[in-house]
Design a protein around this ligand. Structure first.
Ligand SMILES: Nc1ncnc2c1ncn2[C@@H]1O[C@H](COP(=O)(O)OP(=O)(O)O)[C@@H](O)[C@H]1O
Ligand SMILES: O=C(OP(=O)(O)O)[C@H](O)COP(=O)(O)O
Length: 396
């Protein structure tokens, strides 16, 4: 495998796998372009070397072949603006048009191929499909960190059709992996992992893996109530995964055995229903009255979590502290975002990775106040679970 920074792309056609799976509104306007922006440095390096760029990506989860809704053509205009150059578009990712347009590309030109998932062969990891894609470029660059946990044709299979010197990771993939590695394997202590979100079942593996690395683990969000239940608390009608109560007990015991401090939210903002207009109050998280549910961490928890985060040298944050989509239950997630930003200012390395916590830091304006915001949701989660991602393994 070559090193992207050292490779001279002059006269080469770089086939770059990006993750342009960005959200669109009903008028096909992009509502969050972070993943597109994150791919720009890689594309620009190829162009400035005097190479040309062929971009391939999936977009959404189309079920039945081509459709307007899932067409990547909606991204062309914005991509041209981000790159400051025209972007050509091929209405297919393989076949005559894709071949002709990629062959006709001149140095400095960019071509975006249509959605890879219009072919079911993409998700099946079909070899013949991967081989057809590989013919479009001289060099394969994988910069799609957000899709690195998928063993698909364009992420994991295609690499075998390029010799080692003509395949490499792009700049985004490299910085995602470097940030995750820094947290997992060379974190300065104290290392605090903040884990939130809805379900314990989604986060068991990440907590298990972090028990060997973190000094402190903060558990917030809906998943906290399964832990309170495991400790004999009364949690009203808060979200509880009954079949994970024993797992939560085991995790608490393992943490104690390993000397990892687990911090649960001592108090909660409680609501009479799961709704933006719910009646709200506050309560200790282990004595929530019947008929009420915890939808955010409370003020005491916010203070306590802030102290732990302020004392940390490394922070990993995955998952919101409450139902931050509703204004009444945003405070806890904002509070943690502020504390992570403060820690960053004091010199800690802070990484926000995974789905909704990334949306939250973007929404609350903290994205440039933390050390690194990952473009990967599921991919980052699996990385922190300790799994080898197929898109990364395939290059080795
Ligand atoms: N106390 C809670 N009760 C119910 N749902 C919650 C609670 N706290 C957070 N959530 C929800 O968890 C969801 C995010 O969970 P999850 O998908 O596990 O996180 P992530 O995508 O960051 O990994 C959000 O939609 C949020 O509203
Ligand atoms: O948006 C993505 O995943 P994410 O929502 O877990 O970050 C990636 O583009 C992967 O998409 P997929 O989950 O449809 O394979």
């Amino acid at each position: 495998m070559s090193k992207f920074q050292d490779y001279n792309f002059s006269g080469k056609k770089a086939l770059i796998r990006v993750d342009f799976n960005v959200p669109l509104d009903e008028n096909f306007n992009i509502t969050d372009d972070n993943r597109m922006k994150a791919a720009v440095p890689t594309i620009k390096k190829v162009l400035s070397d005097g190479g040309s760029v062929i971009l391939m990506s999936h977009f959404g989860r189309p079920k039945d072949g081509p459709s307007e809704k899932y067409s990547l053509k909606h991204l062309v205009k914005h991509l041209s603006e981000l790159l400051g150059t025209d972007v050509q578009f091929a209405n297919d990712c393989i076949g005559e048009e894709a071949i002709q347009k990629s062959q006709a590309l001149k140095p400095g030109e960019v071509l975006l191929l249509e959605n890879l998932r219009f072919y079911k062969q993409e998700e099946k990891g079909d070899e013949a499909f991967a081989e057809k894609l590989s013919k479009l470029g001289d060099v394969y660059v994988n910069d799609a960190f957000g899709t690195a946990h998928r063993a698909h044709a364009s992420t994991a299979i295609i690499a075998k059709f390029f010799p080692p010197e003509n395949k490499m990771f792009g700049l985004l993939m490299n910085s995602e992996v470097a940030s995750a590695e820094k947290v997992l394997h060379s974190s300065e202590k104290p290392f605090t992992a903040i884990i939130g979100g809805a379900k314990v079942s989604d986060k068991i593996l990440i907590i298990e893996n972090l028990l060997d690395r973190a000094t402190d683990i903060i558990i917030g969000g809906g998943m906290a109530y399964t832990f309170f239940k495991a400790m004999g608390g009364q949690v009203g009608k808060s979200l509880v995964e009954e079949d994970r109560v024993d797992t939560a007990s085991e995790l608490l015991k393992k943490a104690a055995d390993k000397g990892v401090n687990i911090h649960l939210p001592s108090d909660s903002i409680i609501a009479d229903k799961f709704a933006a207009d719910a009646e709200i109050s506050s309560a200790l998280s282990n004595t929530i009255p019947d008929g009420w549910m915890g939808l955010d961490i409370g003020a005491l928890a916010c203070d306590m979590f802030t102290k732990v985060i302020h004392d940390s040298k490394t922070v990993l944050w995955n998952g919101p502290m409450g139902v931050f989509e509703m204004e009444k239950f945003q405070h806890g997630t904002r509070c943690v975002a502020q504390a992570v930003a403060d820690a960053t200012e004091k010199g800690a390395f802070t990484l926000v990775g995974g789905g909704d916590s990334v949306s939250a830091v973007n929404q609350f304006g903290f994205a440039d106040k933390v050390s690194y915001v990952s473009t990967g949701g599921g991919a980052m989660l699996e990385y922190f679970e300790g799994k080898e991602l197929p898109g990364i393994a395939a290059m080795k």
